[in-house]
Design a protein around this ligand. Structure first.
Ligand SMILES: NC(=O)c1ccc[n+]([C@@H]2O[C@H](COP(=O)([O-])OP(=O)(O)OC[C@H]3O[C@@H](n4cnc5c(N)ncnc54)[C@H](O)[C@@H]3O)[C@@H](O)[C@H]2O)c1
Length: 435
């Protein structure tokens, strides 16, 4: 390694996952299998991608771990919370994402990952009926109990560092409210006053994580850390945060495909995206208030790639629609369809159809790994607040909307931001301009 000024990744890295469902258990099982050499962590940037460093004769392409000190898979210890009491082995079997032969070799390790009672409020996910739930007198007490969980886990597992990752269900939509969400003191007052409408359980997890010195990643589209009060807390505690919503299937395709239309200056009339999905995530999203959170996240992708203000003749009036349909027979094997109506020379219409038969959790697991390893890296590099270089992994990347900052959704610009951050933390020059 050149002259990286990042603290070394010494000791164990605890990854405490909120939610022990399909994504979480596919992620955990894959890491445990990979470190025994029984599976390959395909799709993970931290394990496969190479970044160019240097120029001319000094040019080299290096893996991230040869540029910056990343935690090793062997040093990861998992913990979790869930509304249901099943351990990670039982939950992985229930999820039916992985074949039994890909779970059994690490059964004993998975059985030891037993969810702590969840900080939960049924109003935030009506379709869930598990009873492994904390009794809390108010939101502040909920947060204090989570802080205690983090401390207990850290000392029991002898972790050097802990990252908290939300891979739990999507909560109902919580619109940003300036009275509660703009200042940390207002948010704290609302937690103490048990304002359940404005303080989601996920905010208690995030608050607890940050004050315990743990970076926090939001993998669902929940508002949680995407509010100025949490940015203030991240600054105060000097902790990095990232979110929202893992970019996995349809939106990954959208953010990679929309640049084709924009780069060739083709016009867009409309983009219709629909999905069928039958896992528990699909069940929760079948509830309109929960779907609203996802819809806002999924809709935000196109408007920052195909911009009306830059190309009014091409993009001023396109129709963008996203649907998710709960369809149990498909379980985790989501199928998505995109119909794209474009315009070419002299306005002549054309259509593009994309049909992606994906596996939701198989796409999400490497994103979980990369987000955890990279936010741990960011913390050791002394970075705090929103980590925009992690936008590459997120459907609705956080940005400072109070200052008119725009999200970067364009997949290749996001990749440039990621590579530049790795270069900078590795002591190299960040030399690709994002235009
Ligand atoms: N798989 C993907 O491609 C993808 C992409 C983007 C986002 N996501 C998001 O990731 C999340 C997880 O997806 P999944 O397929 O694993 O869902 P899942 O339903 O299998 O698992 C979620 C788990 O979270 C638990 N949970 C809910 N609220 C909780 C709380 N307050 N505290 C602790 N546990 C709680 C549920 O009991 C459930 O077991 C969802 O929010 C989903 O929208 C997934």
């Amino acid at each position: 390694m050149k002259n990286s000024n990042v603290k070394p990744a010494e000791g164990k890295l605890g990854i405490m996952v909120v939610g022990n469902g399909a994504v979480a258990t596919t992620f955990m099982t894959g890491v445990l299998m990979a470190r025994r050499g029984l599976a390959k962590p395909i799709g993970s940037m931290t394990q496969y991608d190479k970044v160019r460093v240097g120029r001319g004769a000094d040019k080299k392409y290096l893996h991230y771990s040869d540029i910056v000190p990343l935690a090793n898979l062997n040093d990861i210890v998992f913990g979790c919370w869930d509304v249901y009491p099943q351990n990670a082995y039982q939950s992985a079997v229930y999820a039916e994402v992985l074949k039994r032969e890909d779970i059994e070799p690490v059964r004993e390790e998975l059985e030891k990952i037993v969810p702590m009672p969840a900080a939960f409020d049924k109003n935030y996910a009506k379709r869930l009926d598990g009873d492994n739930v904390k009794q809390c007198s108010n939101r502040w007490d909920m947060m204090e109990q989570l802080r205690q969980d983090i401390r207990n886990f850290k000392s029991a597992q002898q972790c050097d560092r802990v990252v908290v990752l939300w891979a739990a269900s999507t909560e109902i939509y919580v619109p940003v409210d300036e009275q509660v969400h703009y200042h940390l003191s207002d948010l704290e007052a609302a937690m103490k006053a048990d304002d359940r409408e404005h303080v989601a359980p996920s905010m208690c997890y995030a608050y607890a994580a940050l004050v315990e010195g743990c970076p926090f990643v939001m993998g669902a589209p929940n508002t949680t850390v995407d509010i100025p009060a949490m940015w203030e807390l991240a600054e105060k505690t000097q902790m990095p945060i990232a979110g929202k919503d893992f970019k996995t299937g349809q939106t990954l395709v959208k953010s990679g495909f929309a640049p084709i239309i924009g780069t060739r200056c083709l016009g867009l009339e409309g983009w219709f995206s629909t999905n069928i999905l039958g896992n528990r995530d699909g069940l929760v999203l079948d509830e309109p208030q929960n779907f609203r959170t996802k819809e806002v996240s999924k809709l935000s992708t196109l408007e920052t790639i195909l911009k009306a203000d830059e190309q009014p003749e091409l993009y001023s009036d396109y129709y963008h629609k996203v649907r998710i349909n709960y369809y149990p027979p498909r379980n985790d094997n989501k199928e998505s369809w995109d119909n794209i109506d474009i315009r070419g020379w002299m306005g002549y219409p054309m259509q593009i159809k994309i049909n992606f038969l994906c596996r939701d959790s198989i796409l999400a697991a490497p994103v979980c790994l990369d987000l955890c390893l990279l936010i741990d890296l960011a913390q050791r590099a002394g970075r705090c607040g929103t980590q925009r270089f992690l936008s590459f992994f997120l459907k609705s990347p956080m940005h400072d909307y109070t200052r008119g900052e725009e999200a970067v959704n364009h997949l290749y610009r996001q990749h440039t931001m990621l590579k530049n951050a790795i270069r900078e933390m590795g002591g190299y020059e960040a030399d690709e301009e994002i235009d």
